[in-house]
Design a protein around this ligand. Structure first.
Ligand code: PEP
Ligand code: MG
Length: 595
């Protein structure tokens, strides 16, 4: 394959997960029909098998077209038969079929990728044709190719977990389910076209400690197989085919980043306490049990958000009560004596599950997700609640409900919880009868009702990822509006202040578990707001502790008072930035360069 290699070609996306990696690009094509395949080199002996696989997928495609044709004729819709005839002709086309077979043989690559290369060539030929009718035939070719691919992929499923070499994955998008299958051993980093800092793909990357850039908009158009990439997951910069000078510069940056990371470990066993004695609890967010060693290693004081939806991903059947129970017990026992806050299923939005057959919705973020889904599918909900309660007799557990929008939802939820407790009690199964219950505050109506909601629960946890999305009407996964996603928007700060006050007026603890809680630059503001707990990805814990231990509550309150006077997010951001650079010149030196 000949490709134009561009030296030092730079793309700016969103820093999805910190760290610098340098390695070979592995583009992954998911296709529009959710087909998933990768570039794969094959051995000499595999060539004939791969050719046969391709031929049989073409034959299967022909059979399918013939059966569609028969159906059309039976339904007397003969005037559209010509479309199927055109597709059958394409399936016999030398340019498509023989070229693909040649590619398999000559380049020793898998059939899917060989077909993709042939298609790219055909598409560019058609693009040049100045004839509307002929140019339209391009979509017929795409249609037929999709059919062949579907038949091919149906027979052999290249999965992200099957990659053998260390690579940097490049994809248009990756679902949280894809990311959950990633192993740091082979996937050293990834870059996607779409997504934002708080999309679940980015959250998973941080959880797995895989440096990543998301929302680059066009990485898949610019990168070819085997290109060398530098991925800076902290700044969101990707450099394609770096020159020697740039490569050396980044090797040095990587070395400095890694040594600063090591330095931070001195905060591991220190409490997060300001110089003047204000103690805030710093805990971790997890998605998978496998993250617990990293949580403990980074000195988190417990788990403030265990996102349980990952138990439901990448599988055909729903998890049983026993499976839930065993998983929670493992988490709780490893965390002992610290507490674990288990959040009930928050499926929907940008987290989906194949087994739960969710309907396609126009606005998934506003659809049947989280507690709404659980209150509709009560059996699924009860299975999870039973397991959480059973696990609560093995350590300190709290249960938290996502996306509560008002009082009736929490009342209904508590009623179901009471029913489950009653059932367990009747069977003599032990559980913590006083298990603390909390809700996530992430919907504007819950903010408005926070004074009343505070009377119903033991704690609040502010989910800024969704709260900002809904308060500012910005899709958290849409890279085109990412620039509007602003935790320092005066409206967001006022909302947080109100929620903390409502909670404290009722004597309950108020924490924060959205990504905002793990950003060092926001920490003095969050201290000034008097939050009781900050929950974040394990990688952020030490950096957050460092700031908490270096400031006073008094100066944090003064900073907050100052910024509450401003009316625009940009004034607040530049004020905060300058203050933090003044206060921590080395730590925030990088901010000077980013405007
Ligand atoms: C949030 O919305 O801030 C949150 C922590 O929950 P999730 O990111 O899982 O929606
Ligand atoms: Mg949320």
């Amino acid at each position: 394959m000949e490709y134009k290699k561009k030296e030092d070609f730079c793309i700016k996306g969103v820093g999805g997960s910190p760290g610098i990696v340098i390695g070979k690009a592995q583009p992954i094509d998911r296709g529009k029909a959710d087909m998933f395949f990768t570039y794969r080199l094959i051995d000499e002996v595999e060539v004939s098998l791969e050719e046969e696989r391709f031929k049989s997928a073409v034959k299967e495609s022909k059979d399918q077209c013939l059966s569609v044709k028969k159906n059309i004729i039976r339904q007397n819709a003969k005037d559209v038969v010509y479309i199927i005839d055109a597709h059958l002709m394409i399936l016999d086309d030398k340019m498509l079929i023989e070229e693909t077979l040649n590619k398999i043989k000559e380049e020793k690559i898998n059939a899917e990728w060989a077909l993709e290369i042939t298609l790219q060539k055909l598409r560019s030929v058609f693009k040049e044709i100045d004839d509307e009718y002929l140019s339209e035939r391009r979509s017929d070719i795409d249609y037929v190719a999709k059919r062949i691919l579907r038949n091919l992929v149906g027979k052999r499923h290249d999965s992200i977990s099957g990659l053998k070499e260390k690579v940097i994955v490049v994809a248009h998008d990756l679902s949280p389910g894809d990311t959950a299958q990633m192993s740091k051993e082979t996937i050293i980093g990834f870059v996607t076209d779409i997504g934002g800092k708080t999309s679940h793909t980015a959250i998973m990357a941080r959880a797995l400690e895989i440096p990543a850039v998301v929302g680059s908009e066009r990485i898949t158009q610019e990168v070819n197989i085997g290109d060398q990439l530098i991925v800076d997951g902290t700044t969101g910069i990707v450099i394609i085919n770096p020159s020697k000078a740039i490569l050396n510069e980044y090797l040095e940056k990587k070395r400095i980043y890694e040594s600063l990371e090591k330095e931070l470990f001195k905060y591991r066993d220190l409490p997060a306490q300001t110089i003047d004695g204000y103690r805030i609890k710093v805990v971790a967010n997890i998605e998978l049990v496998e993250e617990i060693p990293s949580v403990l290693e980074h000195g988190a004081e417990g788990i403030g958000l265990y996102r349980t939806e990952f138990l439901y991903l990448n599988r055909k059947e729903l998890p049983s009560e026993e499976e839930h129970f065993k998983t929670y017990k493992r988490v709780i026992e490893q965390l002992h004596p610290c507490s674990t806050t288990i959040r009930t299923l928050d499926i929907g939005g940008d987290k989906f599950s194949s087994n739960l057959q969710l309907a396609k919705e126009m606005n998934p973020a506003l659809g049947l997700r989280a507690i709404r889904f659980c209150l509709k599918e009560v059996d699924i909900f009860k299975t999870q609640l039973k397991a959480i309660l059973r696990a609560s007799s093995f350590g300190k557990v709290k249960v938290m409900f996502p996306m509560i929008s008002g009082v009736s939802e929490i009342l209904q939820t508590k009623e179901i919880l009471e029913e489950v407790k009653f059932e367990l009690k009747a069977k003599g199964i032990p559980f913590d009868p006083d298990i603390e219950i909390g809700i996530m505050i992430e919907i504007p109506s819950a903010v408005t009702m926070a004074d009343i909601l505070a009377k119903e629960v033991d704690f609040f946890s502010i989910g800024t990822n969704d709260l900002i999305q809904y308060s500012l009407a910005i899709d958290r996964v849409n890279e085109h509006v990412g620039y509007l996603y602003e935790p320092l928007h005066p409206a967001v700060l006022r909302v947080i202040k109100h929620v903390v006050e409502c909670g404290h007026n009722e004597g309950i603890r108020v924490g924060m578990c959205g990504e905002m809680a793990g950003e060092p630059i926001y920490i003095p503001i969050l201290l000034g707001l008097h939050l009781d707990e900050l929950s974040m990805n394990a990688l952020s814990v030490l950096g957050v502790k460092e700031i908490v231990c270096a400031v006073t509550l008094k100066e944090s309150k003064e900073l907050l008072d100052n910024i509450m006077e401003f009316t625009t997010a940009s004034e607040i951001r530049s004020f905060v930035k300058n203050e933090m650079i003044k206060r921590f010149p080395i730590l925030f030196a990088g901010l000077k360069e980013i405007e």
